[in-house]
Design a binder for this molecule. Sequence first.
Ligand SMILES: Nc1ncnc2c1ncn2[C@@H]1O[C@H](COP(=O)(O)OP(=O)(O)OP(=O)(O)O)[C@@H](O)[C@H]1O
Ligand SMILES: [Mg+2]
Length: 534
Amino acid sequence: MIYTLGPPTTLTCESTDRFPCQIRTLNVARTTVTVTGGGADNTTIHQNMSKIRVCVRFRPLNSTEKKQFDGKLCVKELDDESFLFNAEREENVAFCFDKVFYQNSKQHDVYEFLAKPMVHDVLDLMNSTIITYGQTGAGKTYTMEGPDISNCEESNKGLIPRVIEELFRSIECSNERNLYTIKLSMVEIYMEKIRDLFDITKDNIQIKESKMHGVFLSGVTEVSIMDKKQALSFLERGISNRTVGATQMNMSSSRSHCLYIFSVQKESRKDKRSKTGKLILVDLAGSEKVEKTGAEGKVFEEAKTINKSLSALGNVINALTTGKSNHIPYRDSKLTRVLQDSLGGFSHCALLCCCSASFINTSESLSTLRFGIRSKFIKMPVNVSQVIDEEKPSHSTSVITDKEMFQRKNRSHVKILEKLKENWSMEDSKLLEELLISEGILFGPDTCEEKQSACDDIVNRTISSLHQAIKDREDDLNKLRFVNNILKVELAKVRELNLAKDRELFANRHFRKIINGFSLIFHFPFTFLRMTTD
Ligand SMILES: Nc1ncnc2c1ncn2[C@@H]1O[C@H](COP(=O)(O)OP(=O)(O)OP(=O)(O)O)[C@@H](O)[C@H]1O
Ligand SMILES: [Mg+2]
C-alpha cells in the first residue's frame, strides 16, 4: 500500500518496528493527496485554501510518563510537517500540519513560526489570534507564558513576553510618521462568566457587538503599556488573578480560558487619523476525560463547563468547515462568541494543538489532532453579502440593495410561517419557527439587526483596508522613486568611468601604432617600450 503526499514530498510507508501495522488513513490539509490502496481505488483530495494556520506541539514526557509503558511514544517523526501516530487499537495514522514542533523544539521556534508574523500583522492593523488547544497538562500555558512570565531563562520564555519585545522593537524601528499606542486587557472565561483579570471586581463582563469594532468586551479594563517591563508587571498581576487548580495531569492546571488582548493603535502624525489592530492570544483550559481522571466536586464541575465550551468551539468549527449552514452557533458559549471575529471574520488565526507524545495519552492526543485537522478546513463563513450575492442580479453593486433583498427574503419566510400557523397548533408552529431560525432560514428581529450591522461592518472594514492599501502603494511608489534617483546617479557615474576607460584604451592603441612604425623604420624592436604600453 503506497501513500503519496503530493509534491514536493513523496512518502512511501512500509511496516516499521515501532509502527508494525499498516497505515490506513491520511489526514492531510495541505496539498493534493493521492491514496493508492491495493490497486483498488484512487482518491484525490484537493488542496484546501485554509485561512487558519494549524500547528502541533509535543511536549517532552514528564516523569510519570517516562515510567509508564517504558516511556513508549505514540509519535514517529517524518519531517517538520508530518508524523505517524500510533493510535492504540486503530491503525496508524499519518498527520500533516503547517508545522510540527517535536519534544525537543524550542520556545523560540514556536514564536518565530507562529507568533512573529502575527505581531507584524497587528502593526499593519490586521486583527490576529493565536489559540493554544489541547488536553490538560499538554503545555498550552507553558507555550504562552513560559515557566514564569517575567522570571525565567531567556530560552524558556513563552510567546507572550516575546510578542511584547517584538512589538516595542518594531515600533522603535518604524518611521516617524505614525504614533503608536499599545493597550493590554486580560480576561478569563471561568464557569461561563467573563472576569476582568486586571480588575477582579468586574466579574461578569458582557460581550457586545458594534459596527465599528465588531465583537468586543464591554467595560473591560485596558491598560496602556509604555515598555516591556511595565507590560510584564501587569501580566504578572493578571496571571496571579487567574483561576488555577490541581488535576491529576497538572498540578497547576488552568481552570479557565484566558485571553491576552493587545490593541495597537496607529495614529498618523499628519492627519491625526487613527486605526486599531488587535492581537489576541488565547490560552484555553485543557480538555479532560473526567471518567479517566476521576475528577470530583468543584474540579468536576469546572471540567464539565470547560468540556462544554470546548465542544461548542468544535461545533462552530464544524459549521464553518462544512460551509453549508449560514447559522454558525457562536452564541452557544462565551468562548465562541468572543472568538467570533477571529474564527469567522476577517482576521488571521493560528491554532497550536498541544499534545503529550506519551503512549498513555494516545486517545486524548488523537482527539486534539483531529480537532486540528478539522480546523484546517475552515472556510470563509457564508456571510450576509455572500448569501445575497447568490440571488442578486449581476448588475447590482449596492450594499443597500443587498440588505433590502435580505429583508425581503426574510419577510417572505415570515409570511409562509404565518400561513402555516393558521392551521397548526401553537406548539407545532413554535417548534417549526425555532427549527427555521436554527437552520438559518428565518431570522429573528435581533438577528436581522445583527446581519445589517455585520453588513455595514464588512463595508466599513473593506473601505478602511482599501484606504490603507492605497496608502501603502503610495509609500512603495515613493520608495521606488527614491531608489530610482539613486540608481540614475550611479548609472551616470558608471557611464563617465566607461568613457574615461575608452579614452585611455584609444590612447594606448594609438601609442602602440606609433611604436610599431618606429620599429619598422629603425629596424629596432623597441620591445621595452611596447611592454610598458600593454
Ligand atoms: N515544552 C515544554 N518543555 C518543558 N516543560 C513543559 C513543556 N510543556 C509543558 N511543560 C510542563 O508540563 C506541565 C504542564 O504544562 P502546562 O501547565 O503548560 O499545561 P496546560 O496545557 O496549560 O494544562 P491545563 O490545561 O491543565 O492548564 C508544566 O509543568 C510545564 O512546565
Ligand atoms: Mg494551562
